[in-house]
Write a protein that binds this ligand. Structure first.
Ligand SMILES: [Zn+2]
Length: 70
């Protein structure tokens, strides 16, 4: 008994494959660019593949340091 549908997987692959570009006025494929390496993760910038406009960014946490310690 296994479910065929895997909505979580679908959601993961969806993350920032295309974003709305204000220059192109539509959703466009993005190019991921490493912007900064931070102690707690990497900052990525997403650029429109057509015009190069920055359409978004994300911080990707290191998997082994995802827990915040104070
Ligand atoms: Zn664009």
């Amino acid at each position: 008994m296994r479910s065929a549908a895997q909505p979580q997987e679908q959601f993961r692959s969806f993350s920032a494959s295309s974003l709305y570009c204000p220059q192109c006025r539509q959703e466009t494929p993005v190019r991921e660019r490493l912007l900064l390496v931070l102690p707690d993760g990497n900052l990525y910038e997403y650029c429109c593949v057509h015009c190069g406009t920055s359409t978004g960014s994300k911080t990707e946490k290191e998997p082994n340091t995802s827990r915040i310690l104070y």
